[in-house]
Design a protein around this ligand. Structure first.
Ligand code: SF4
Length: 386
């Protein structure tokens, strides 16, 4: 029987749960859910997705194979805001892990009452990741989300402060674990114990594209050029070939799958291009700062696209390219030319952007903290004067 994964916001009657479990889809989050469920707790998984991570389609597999109940929540806009304004820096590539966790925990905190949940659990393991899972980071995340006493990390709980759910007896601390570090022995023992099927272990939710240099470079290019990039822009970065000339962006399919995806991704304001009578890739030219592109930019993008077709390269003379923009399709004639003024974004530029952005974010965060401290002092003085 086909099951449907609920999307947060569905208006079904709201069932109540003991706790919510953040489900990245990685093994640790799955084991966390199973470890708590073994105590007889009623749990709802919350799986966040965005152009950068997540795979809502996997939630159905978790349900069918392990009986995990989960809702899927789109966190694209919030993640994009974090990338424009990272407050706690980036990891090795463009992964703002601490901000990302704060974002997801804050979003989950906001739905705790709705689901009657007394705690939020995560699959974090003390010392497993250098940026976001050392003791200070775990404590900062707890403090910055206002989740003191409510944030449970069952895999490392015995090494951490007791939570309200443990103190009240809702969660039995004795049955929680003290895993630490990067080793996987403890997790593998749990895999055995809970009989987690291979397909779940081998199929994490696709990893995080922000940690991949190729994707991260494309995202950084977009963030640099476009001040209001949205989820559709970032999704477009996840496949095909990308070329930029200043503020002009063309994406060219590498295979049939890319070509289909490009056609599906095309917005009414995009220009889609294809060779009229010859086999070759689809290209999508996405205007950034104006609704229209100049004819010379369209022609250059078409020349570049045509250069990826063997048939076009073998042709003698110009080729015909059909260009669709909104309702209008026109055919232009161009020479076949690999344009070396349309550039592939490079990591060195992305890295420089990332370093500058992280510093800007740090200053902003300090300024916010200073302002918050002053606001507290002002409130205290006002109270004393009364
Ligand atoms: S790796 Fe990606 S999904 Fe995971 S915490 Fe970092 S930014 Fe978020």
């Amino acid at each position: 029987m086909e099951t449907k994964t609920p999307i947060e916001g569905d208006n079904a009657a709201v069932e109540q749960y003991d706790g919510l479990v953040l489900m990245s889809g990685g093994l640790d989050s799955i084991l966390t859910y199973l470890l708590l469920r073994k105590q007889g707790l009623k749990l709802l998984g919350v799986h966040y997705y965005s152009p950068f991570f997540g795979a809502p389609q996997k939630a159905e597999m978790w349900k069918n194979l392990l009986g995990i109940e989960a809702i899927c929540v789109d966190t694209s806009d919030k993640m994009i805001k974090r990338l424009y304004k990272p407050h706690r820096g980036f990891g090795k590539t463009l992964n703002p892990c601490v901000d990302c966790k704060i974002n997801m925990i804050t979003q989950t905190k906001a739905i705790m009452d709705k689901y009657g949940a007394k705690f939020v659990a995560t699959g974090e393991v003390l010392g497993q990741r250098p940026m976001s899972q050392h003791m200070a980071a775990l404590n900062n995340i707890k403090a910055d989300t206002g989740m003191e006493g409510k944030l449970l990390r069952p895999l490392s709980a015995k090494l951490l402060e007791e939570t309200d759910a443990e103190r009240s007896g809702l969660v039995d601390r004795e049955q929680l674990l003290s895993l630490q570090g990067r080793g996987r022995k403890g997790q593998m023992a749990l895999v055995e114990q809970f009989k987690v099927p291979e397909e779940v272990i081998e199929s994490p939710a696709g990893g995080c594209r922000l940690t991949d240099e190729t994707n991260a470079t494309r995202y950084a290019q977009l963030l640099t050029v476009k001040g209001d990039a949205d989820a559709t822009d970032f999704r477009l970065c996840n496949f095909a070939r990308h070329y930029w000339k200043g503020e002009h962006w063309v994406v060219i399919g590498r295979n049939e799958h890319d070509n289909d995806q490009l056609l599906l991704s095309a917005a009414p304001t995009d220009y889609t291009m294809r060779l009229e009578t010859l086999m070759g890739p689809i290209a999508l030219l996405r205007p950034i700062h104006s609704a229209d592109e100049a004819p010379e930019i369209i022609a250059e993008a078409a020349q570049h696209m045509a250069s990826f077709s063997k048939h076009a390269r073998d042709a003698t003379g110009p080729v015909r390219v059909s260009v669709t923009h909104g309702e209008k399709t026109e055919v232009i004639e161009v020479t076949v030319e690999r344009r070396d003024d349309w550039l592939v974004p490079i990591w060195a530029t992305a890295k420089a952007w990332k370093v500058a952005k992280a510093e800007e974010g740090k200053q902003e965060r300090w300024a916010e903290k200073r302002e918050a401290r002053w606001a507290k002092k002002r409130a205290k003085w006002a109270e004393q004067e009364q």
